[in-house]
Write a protein that binds this ligand. Structure first.
Ligand code: CDP
Length: 243
């Protein structure tokens, strides 16, 4: 939350946001499985102006051996922003932010994976941000789930992720870049839609309990919609294969 946007009118008299969306409206989303034939599974997700490619390799033996877990596989996510993904070139390589996002995404995906079926193994998931415009960890987590499903990784379910936030005193769904920069709070959530479990929860800024509950309500409804898109993307790929 950058602050400094006090002069911006985030919601106009007709209840529309800066980009014309209603408070509970998502940015346009497209998802497709495949795109990286060398990987065991992959997916491309375009979400507003975000463009994210995810690729999954494994399960495969983890090297070096001392990192192996004797009883289960590790799900290791590497989140990376391409240098050209933002307008002022992103310095290549890992930084604290990308390490943090890699960690929380790994934890969220471990939660739904039958890791105990693959002792000593690793499941490597690469999340490459080709174009960034707010909410990349949510888009990345949604794409990573699809890449893992495409790779045939045994999972209890897939993870769906979306954020809500507070701008100009209002709770809104799926913050845009401008709202993220100048808004008051951002709440990215990863969830398992069918069980209602929350597997990622972070918050930047402040909300009251009532605002938090309202934000979670928007997120739960949107997550159902996004989950439906994920299922359709999986069906689209596998009905092609079967045809
Ligand atoms: O992307 P996400 O909202 O999950 O994470 P963030 O740390 O809240 O970043 C918000 C946005 O800031 C990103 O989506 C990018 O558009 C932008 N950003 C940037 O321009 N340069 C960076 N080095 C990091 C983020």
């Amino acid at each position: 939350m950058g602050g400094g946007g006090e002069d911006l009118t985030f919601i106009d008299d007709e209840g529309k946001r800066l980009d014309g969306r209603k408070p509970n409206e998502l940015r346009p989303i497209k998802m497709k499985l495949g795109g990286v034939p060398n990987a065991d599974g992959s997916a491309l997700v375009e979400w507003g102006d975000n463009k994210v490619m995810a690729a999954c390799y494994g399960p495969r033996e983890l090297h070096p051996k001392h990192k192996q877990h004797p009883m289960r596989a590790l799900v290791q996510v590497t989140y990376n922003m391409a240098p050209f993904s933002v307008s002022d070139r992103k310095r290549p390589g890992p930084d604290r932010r990308s390490q943090e996002i890699s960690k929380v995404l790994s934890e969220a995906l471990t939660h739904v994976t039958f890791v105990e079926q693959f002792p000593k193994a690793t499941i490597d998931v690469y999340v490459e941000i080709l174009q960034a415009s707010a909410g990349t960890r949510c888009v990345g987590l949604t794409a990573a789930s699809l890449a893992m499903a495409d790779a045939g990784i045994p999972m209890r379910d897939i993870v769906t992720s979306v954020a809500a936030g507070k701008v100009g005193g209002e709770i809104v769904l799926d913050l845009s870049k401008e709202e993220d920069n100048f808004g008051e709070a951002d709440l990215p959530i990863g969830m398992v839609v069918n069980s209602g479990e929350v597997v990622l929860l972070q918050m930047d800024g402040h909300m009251t309990t009532a605002e938090f509950e309202k934000a979670m309500g928007l997120i739960e409804d949107a997550a159902k919609e996004i989950y439906g898109m994920q299922v359709d993307a999986i069906k689209a790929k596998y009905s092609e294969v079967g045809a």
